[in-house]
Design a protein around this ligand. Sequence first.
Ligand code: FAD
Length: 313
Amino acid sequence: MFDWEYAQTPEQTSWIASSWANNFTYDPDQGGFSDGNLLSIDQRGFAHLIKAEAAEFLHKEQLVLNVTVKAVKYSHDGVTVKLVNGTTLSADYAIMTFSLGVLQNDDVKFEPALPPWKIEAIESMTMATYAKIFLQFPKKFWFDTQYALYADRERGRYPVWQSLDIAGFFPDSGIVFVTVTGDYSQRIEALPDSQVQEEVLGVLRAMYPNITIPEPEAFYFPRWFSDPLYRGSYSNWPSSFVRDHHKNLRATLQRRLWFTGEAMSQKYFGFLHGAYFEGEATGHSVADCIAHGGCPGLPHVEQVRNAAPYVFN
Ligand SMILES: Cc1cc2nc3c(=O)[nH]c(=O)nc-3n(C[C@H](O)[C@H](O)[C@H](O)COP(=O)(O)OP(=O)(O)OC[C@H]3O[C@@H](n4cnc5c(N)ncnc54)[C@H](O)[C@@H]3O)c2cc1C
């Protein structure tokens, strides 16, 4: 279950950091929200929250969508962003929300190149992969609960199953999905759909040896690790990643280029609410910066020398 939540094994994970993310999220005594961990099937998707908030203040002409950033040039005076369609945008400040996985790749060029302390911080955290594989069958033949676990000799092999063909979700849909995380999910992302489907059906046959499993009518496997806009699902905090690494991950460059998103959240890294609160805090910081005609930005340390005690703001 650890691998399922953090998308990596306990050996690959800082236990203290994963405990913060868990307790600050699920334990009301630690300031967490609740111990409920619910699957939302709201068909409007996450984007609805952002769109509804944006509708309160943002005008269409202020927004550019569906075009990727190719290069980011930053200096003491401001930031210039080059888009793949040739457009150039310049501003006094820029807030970057690329995932840790995107920052770890060379999809976006930085000018000047990122300083060594920033690169060390980016490379020291892990972008983990959490993959859901959906199958639709003519009719349900599996468990009547929401969840089922499959135990295999090999770690990570199609372990957590969730039925959507159940009251409260999509009854009579014939849909079931399995979640695969960590190294195993990266392995299967490299395989064609047909091979992954065959492996998944093999596991279902092992789970239900007395049932003739039909071919699925539909198969859907989003590949987050291979997607150049994500390069993984969410960040995980390894034990070798210490406080000053995280400080450097969040630190502003030249007082102008700000980094935000889920990986920058000390309390809620990996979670959607980490992205939300971190983005909100960065937005306020930059607004203050503009209002006061400048600001030092978030600081960094040149060299990470020790694992100093953690403090929370
Ligand atoms: C399968 C899956 C299940 C998850 N389950 C949960 C869960 O149950 N609970 C939970 O709290 N969290 C969950 N998460 C994690 C959660 O979705 C993320 O933490 C959150 O979406 C991160 O938000 P973000 O804004 O930091 O980054 P992102 O959502 O990655 O946003 C970054 C944006 O930058 C864009 N971008 C990237 N590169 C470029 C470029 N070159 N040019 C322009 N734009 C670019 C991307 O398209 C994207 O829109 C899950 C994630 C996945 C993939």
